[in-house]
Design a protein around this ligand. Structure first.
Ligand code: NAY
Length: 292
């Protein structure tokens, strides 16, 4: 599964003020990531893509527009999971028919499920389509923690090839890497890219790669060449940027920085607030200090 390794942007979408999809802006975000951030792939329909705020038709349109713009230039992973497993299966078919290289499904959230129910969800999706599936584990947002034993049980399901691991639990990551050397592990916290690579992840998926993909690549490459001191220096610079972005509001700030880079990233879809005037001013200061 070498095509799923490397650095993938957790893709933003561009939204109009009325909440509809800004298709042209979304195409610009795709082009910017491919041409200027030079990432290996795009993770479409994740948290960063405001996916859990969208209705099914809008999710489908996002998947279509991104595929139409990206073609086969980079690897495409479609995040199709959510609270409704039947919608997930419908979307899994949809993106597979479009030619997405893999699907990913967030652990089912909102209700508290036991592991049998979680496994059932993954079996239903994985058996429904002929495509590779990455588990999307993000306990901070879902509240769902999966143990090494349970990850191993999920990896036994046909078509499941790995996990997008968005957690700061490096003990769990290390145990998982040792227990499952052949599964794909893609890490999800950009501010922890270096320690994740040191722990042997195969790649990473990040929101800040929309604006900082080039530096992320430096960290990734230096770490894999065992140039840890140099990689840490770039991680320090990167984390000054990420800290400033987080302090100013993650997704609205990334959108405002994209605009400063000439990309029509639009608004956030409500109830997620778009950047206020003061956030816009601070985004400009962040851009001037770290990215221009
Ligand atoms: C997603 O689905 O978009 C992701 O989870 C990508 C990983 C990001 N996590 C979230 C919750 O946004 O890139 C990270 C994260 O934004 C970044 O590390 C800043 O904390």
């Amino acid at each position: 599964h070498d095509d799923l390794k490397g650095l993938h942007t957790a893709l933003m979408i561009s939204v109009n003020k009325d909440g509809s999809l800004n298709e042209e802006g979304t195409r610009q975000i795709v082009r910017h990531n491919i041409d200027r951030m030079k990432v290996d792939g795009l993770y479409v329909g994740g948290s960063t893509g405001e996916n859990f705020l969208l209705d099914t038709d809008m999710k489908k349109r996002v998947f279509e527009v991104v595929k139409d713009e990206a073609g086969s230039e980079v690897t495409l992973i479609g995040q199709i999971g959510g609270t409704n497993v039947y919608e997930a299966i419908d979307l899994a078919h949809f993106v597979t028919d479009l030619g997405y290289d893999a699907i990913s499904a967030v652990t089912p959230f909102y209700y508290k499920y036991n592991f049998e129910e979680i496994r059932d969800y993954y079996k239903m999706i994985a058996q429904a389509v002929d495509n590779r599936l990455l588990i999307y584990s993000i306990p901070d947002l879902t509240g769902v923690e999966i143990s090494v034993e349970n990850f191993k049980a999920l990896f036994e399901i046909d078509n499941i090839v790995g996990v997008k691991f968005t957690a700061a639990d490096f003990f769990l990551l290390e145990r998982l890497r040792k227990a499952c050397p052949d599964e794909l592990i893609l890490s999800g916290f950009d501010e922890m890219l270096l320690p994740a690579v040191v722990n042997g992840v195969d790649g990473a998926i990040g929101s800040t790669y929309n604006v900082n993909g080039v530096k992320a690549r430096e960290i990734f490459d230096l770490a894999r060449q065992n140039k840890i001191d140099q990689a840490l220096e770039v991680q320090h610079q990167t984390n000054d940027l990420i800290e400033a972005i987080l302090d100013n509001g993650l997704y609205p700030t990334i959108k405002e920085i994209l605009k400063l880079m000439g990309v029509d990233a639009g608004y956030n879809r409500r109830p997620m607030a778009s950047a206020s005037d003061s956030q816009i001013a601070q985004a400009k200061a962040i851009y001037d200090q770290y990215l221009s």
